[in-house]
Design a protein around this ligand. Structure first.
Ligand code: HEM
Ligand SMILES: [Cu+2]
Length: 539
């Protein structure tokens, strides 16, 4: 292990000034541009979430008005989905690490990559402009269901145009990654020698490429319907609102895997490193990502069980939904098998990975409950659903994102944060998260509907607990961010491979040089996770 100092030339210090960042073609800098923008929107979205929880602390609608609440949950949803969670892991860590982990010097199309980020910024400005222009931000929910989205006076057109532009950004990232993986792997690295994070990004990229155009066109149809009254979705002029729901979910269910698969890829990196053990079931984990991406296209109807579809259609969607559980469980079993008998060092990235597994299990199992036709008819549009998807997206993907940040922090900046503080922040976040969202599952079963600014008195105590949870969670998040920023400025210098990782990014300097490697990296014989001293390595 060599010690690298900040004064050595690296991608961070080779060029200076704002322009060298916002017009950079370096995938690492583009990854960081995404990190800062995605991170900023996460904070805005979280603030809106906390505002909703304040409103719901007591019954009586005492803090914000009903219509404001409608706009707040819509903006919260739009920001969290399109500006935070979809770009989070692929655009930040995929950009930064995919080329390095493949042993190459950049993505296939660096200019397209820069354009993705600029489209992201433009899309974000469109979304925020609804705060100023027109009759305020959309009040439809992030799903923009017709016919209300066609009729409401709020600025739906601008919001869906924002989502349209952001969709292009996502498509270009996916396209870039697919070509990078096919064309730029280091000599000798076959598909089955790729790190599992690359496999996860590969599966994700196909969804981004094939599913995102559907939402793009659907949202343009909403704009056309609002401006021209064509009669696509509005029944009063001959349209079909159910058609909108189909088109929306044909994208938005696969999009759930745009959010989940990269997170699973992160966990598949962190676990073998901190267990110092060859990953159990490499191929099963790799191919199950592809299986999830594929099956994910055929289950969208589970969002529409109460829309009046035929019995046989509903049964089929329900059964197909259960099939997604198979490749997902395969991953969970393989992660646990990797840790079993491993020599585990409990560092903060591993805590986030295990936190991911815990939360994602609750998210996945409550997903099966929703997918079960008979149960969903009762739970549809209740807080059970709100609890479920926060467990998946935040407890799952959000935790994996934070885990990745702590895992690769020393590689990205060449410094180490304070580990004790990071552990404490994790504990607060984990406790706060579960205090915030677990009560929502119970509230949903009790019958509390979602998207209301007020509730009946019998729901009071659980809502209070949930709001206290949001305060605990936010304190933990602020502590984590403070600790990382302090690590960035004052952290101790780190070695090139502080976790004893075995994938290629650990062979280069921390922070990496401009073109990633000073000398060509050496591939590990027999796959990317072959720990030479591992206890009982298995394949
Ligand atoms: C501090 C963190 C957060 C808090 C306090 C929070 C709180 C809430 C609450 C209370 C609602 C329900 C509104 C209602 O139905 O009346 C909600 C909805 C939602 N949240 Fe969050 N949330 C947080 C983070 C996140 C994250 C990280 C994501 C995604 C990654 C997310 C995605 C969503 C979505 C998609 C909705 C649905 C919006 C809609 O109904 O149209 N939230 N959130
Ligand atoms: Cu779904």
């Amino acid at each position: 292990m060599t010690d690298s100092s900040m004064s050595q030339p690296s991608y961070l210090n080779i060029k200076k000034g704002l322009f060298s960042w916002i017009f950079t073609l370096d995938h690492k800098r583009i990854g960081l541009l995404y990190l800062y923008s995605v991170g900023a929107f996460f904070l805005v979205g979280a603030a809106l979430g906390v505002l909703m929880r304040l409103e719901l602390l007591n019954p009586g609608g005492d803090l914000i008005e009903a219509q404001t609440y409608n706009q707040v949950f819509t903006l919260h949803g739009v920001i969290m989905i399109f500006l935070f969670i979809i770009p989070s892991i692929p655009a930040v860590f995929g950009n930064f690490f995919l080329p390095i982990m493949l042993g190459t010097d950049d993505v296939a199309f660096p200019r397209l990559n820069l354009m993705s980020w600029w489209l992201y910024v433009i899309g974000a400005l469109f979304a925020l402009s609804t705060l100023v222009f027109g009759d305020g931000p959309a009040d439809t929910g992030w799903t923009f269901y017709a016919p209300y989205s066609v009729k409401t006076g709020t600025n739906v057109s601008m919001s869906v145009l924002a989502a349209f532009i952001l969709g292009f950004s996502s498509i270009l990232t996916g396209l870039n990654f697919i070509v990078t993986i096919h064309r730029l792997r280091a000599p000798g690295m076959g598909f089955n020698q790729m790190p599992l994070f690359s496999w996860a990004l590969y599966a994700t990229s196909w969804i981004q490429l094939l599913a995102t155009p559907i939402i793009g066109i659907t949202l343009l149809m909403i704009v056309a319907e609002r401006m021209l009254g064509i009669g696509l979705f509005d029944p009063s002029i001959g349209g079909d609102p159910i058609l909108y729901q189909h088109l929306f979910w044909i994208y938005s269910h696969p999009a759930v895997y745009i959010m989940a698969l990269p997170a699973m890829g992160i966990v598949s990196e962190i676990i073998p490193t901190f267990a110092q053990r060859t990953i159990f079931g490499y191929k099963a984990i790799a191919y199950s990502s592809m299986a999830i991406a594929f099956v994910g296209y055929f289950v969208w109807g589970h969002h529409m069980f109460t829309s009046g579809m035929s019995g046989p259609a509903a049964y089929i969607f329900s059964i197909l939904t259960f099939f997604v559980a198979i490749p997902t469980s395969i991953k969970v079993f393989n992660w646990l098998a990797t840790m079993y008998k491993g020599s585990i060092s409990i560092e903060v990235p591993l805590l986030y990975a295990v936190g991911f597994i815990f939360n994602f299990l609750i998210g996945g199992l409550t997903g099966l409950v929703n997918g079960a036709l008979a149960a969903d008819v009762h739970l549809h549009d209740t807080y059970f659903v709100v609890g479920h998807f926060h467990y998946v997206m935040f407890g799952g993907t959000g935790f994996a994102f934070f885990g990745a940040l702590h895992y690769w922090f020393p590689k990205i900046w060449g410094k180490m944060y304070n580990k004790l503080v990071a552990n404490v922040a994790f504990a607060i976040i984990f406790i706060g998260f579960n205090t915030l969202y677990f009560p929502m599952l119970i509230l949903g079963i009790m019958g509390m509907p979602r998207r209301y600014y007020d509730y009946l008195p019998e729901f009071h105590s659980l809502n209070q607990i949930s709001t206290y949870g949001s305060w605990i969670l936010v304190s933990g998040l602020l502590l984590m961010i403070y600790n990382l920023i302090r690590g960035y400025f004052n952290g101790t210098k780190t070695t090139d491979n502080p976790w004893n990782g075995i994938t290629l990014e650990w062979q280069t300097k921390s922070p990496p040089p401009l073109h990633n490697f000073d000398k060509a990296p050496e591939l590990v014989k027999g796959g990317p996770y072959n720990y030479p001293n591992a206890i009982d390595g298995s394949h």
